[in-house]
Design a protein around this ligand. Structure first.
Ligand code: PHE
Ligand code: NA
Length: 453
């Protein structure tokens, strides 16, 4: 009987994994993407399906993914290959790891553009050039910021460089060290901002928009988006959580950390929604504005609030940190794979991946200026990267991992890794075997138009 692999890297501190995994989960997905897709898909019903997906699909799969990582102790490709071999199955299953690693890379190549927006808005706040008194002014600023590829590209390049610098330094000296000050910093800034938001009023309409269930409001596309976003927001099926799990010490509890990461992520997303929609409604903006939603609405609100500039700066510092603690997790899988399995020094691996990343991210960046019309079936490069990963690659990868954990692999592995009581384990097994896969499959069937839910 084989057992857990020996780790090559481990989180040093007791909080290492929780900080890093929460840092990975809480990001632009919560503050930028969740509000704008909720706006696009009409609010309440979308939010309900999203929450159901987090609980029924996201949480069980996150537990499985961390277990894969810790058992196999390596990048998604290596860890999955080892764990399937331990159960007597062939190498083909490591394709699931390949897809996850590719998804993480593809996500990062458009994520750096949005993170670049955050850094550039921080700069605008600091230099006092974010003035404007109407929604139209703010839209014009957003458009102007995107128009020049050299300006926009400079900011996304900065994000690529910062990400690779941190990852290149290593798991403990780079990733763990940076999250151990960025995460507490973020929490403090977020708490201040939420307090500020509560006292500035205007919650009613936002609460109604987010939490009133209206079944006609939900399309098949909305359901697929909610499912995809549950994966995206929890950093699942993209190599991030699995690779971080590979560094999890033997004694840490997978279930407990999963619940705290998922809870923190959900709270931050809902809080972001509660902070942003009052501004949208108070200013007569369209909630379905798209990717620019928070960049057009929030600065406007900061303009008209006492100490607004200060809080604006705080907000964009917080957002930029949230983005960085996520971006490092998306690329760690690729770097770990090159390092462990191809023997390339971590620094070199990081810069190599960084160059390819920079090239692909340039395509996403150009989608907002020169390449706005370079579309295929109505989507530009930025949209394709987002669409392919969120709607298809992550749910499919998650489905594959759920089925592997539920049916294919030896149960002793998950019994040992999860360390749950018998009843708890039976519940997890039921979820990962039937509930999570069925949820994914039903939403796919609905979205493909084979049958309607
Ligand atoms: N979870 C991150 C967010 O919500 C995004 C992410 C996706 C991070 C995939 C890692 C992997 O911003
Ligand atoms: Na998230």
């Amino acid at each position: 009987m084989t057992t857990r692999q020996q780790p090559k890297n481990l989180w040093l501190g007791r909080w290492g994994f929780v900080l890093a995994a929460t840092g990975s989960a809480v990001g632009l997905g919560n503050i930028w993407k969740f509000p704008y897709i909720t706006g696009e898909f009409g609010g309440g019903a979308f939010v309900l399906v999203y929450l159901a997906c987090i609980l029924a699909v996201g949480v069980p799969i996150m537990m499985a993914e961390i277990a894969f990582g810790r058992r196999g102790r390596g990048s998604p490709i290596d860890a999955i290959r080892r764990v399937t071999r331990e159960s007597g199955h062939g190498r083909l299953w490591s394709l699931v790891g390949w897809m996850a690693m590719l998804a993480g890379f593809m996500i990062l190549s458009f994520y750096v553009v949005v993170a670049g927006w955050s850094f550039s808005y921080l700069w605008k706040m600091l230099s006092g050039s974010l003035g404007g008194s109407s929604v139209d002014d703010m839209m014009a600023i957003f458009v102007a910021n995107n128009e020049n590829p050299f300006n926009l590209g400079m900011w996304s390049t900065l994000v690529v460089v910062l990400t690779m610098l941190i990852v290149g330094k290593g798991v403990q000296a780079g990733i763990e060290r940076s999250v151990s000050w960025m995460m507490p910093g973020m929490v403090i800034m977020l708490a201040i901002l939420i307090g500020y938001g509560v006292f500035s009023g205007g919650f009613g309409e936002a609460v109604a928009f987010l939490f009133s269930f209206n079944a006609e409001g939900l399309s098949s596309e909305g359901m697929l988006a909610a499912l995809g976003h549950a994966f995206f927001t929890l950093s699942l099926a993209s190599g991030a959580i699995l690779t971080y799990g590979a560094y999890l010490p033997d004694r840490s509890s997978i279930a407990r950390t999963t619940f705290s990461v998922a809870a923190a992520d959900t709270v931050v997303a809902l809080m972001a929604g509660l902070a942003i929609f009052p501004i949208i409604f108070a200013n007569g903006m369209d909630p379905g504005e798209g990717p620019g939603l928070i960049f057009m609405s929030l600065p406007l609100a900061f303009q008209s609030m006492p100490l607004g500039t200060l809080f604006g700066i705080l907000f964009f510092v917080m957002l930029s940190m949230a983005a960085l603690t996520s971006s490092i997790s998306m690329i760690e899988a690729s770097v770990a794979w090159l390092n462990e399995s191809k023997g390339i020094a971590r620094k070199h691996a990081a810069w190599g991946v960084g160059i390819v990343l920079w090239l692909v991210s340039s395509l996403a960046m150009l989608s907002f200026n020169w390449g706005a019309d370079w579309t295929l079936a109505g989507r530009n490069a930025f949209d394709w990267l987002d669409y392919l990963t969120s709607r298809w690659m992550m749910p499919l990868g998650g489905l594959a991992m759920a089925l592997m954990a539920g049916f294919l692999l030896r149960h002793e592995i998950f019994k040992a890794e999860l360390g749950l009581s018998d009843t708890q384990h039976a519940l997890w097994l039921f979820m990962i075997r039937y509930v999570s896969p069925l949820g994914i499959v039903l939403i796919f069937i609905d979205a493909l138009g084979i049958a309607t839910l």
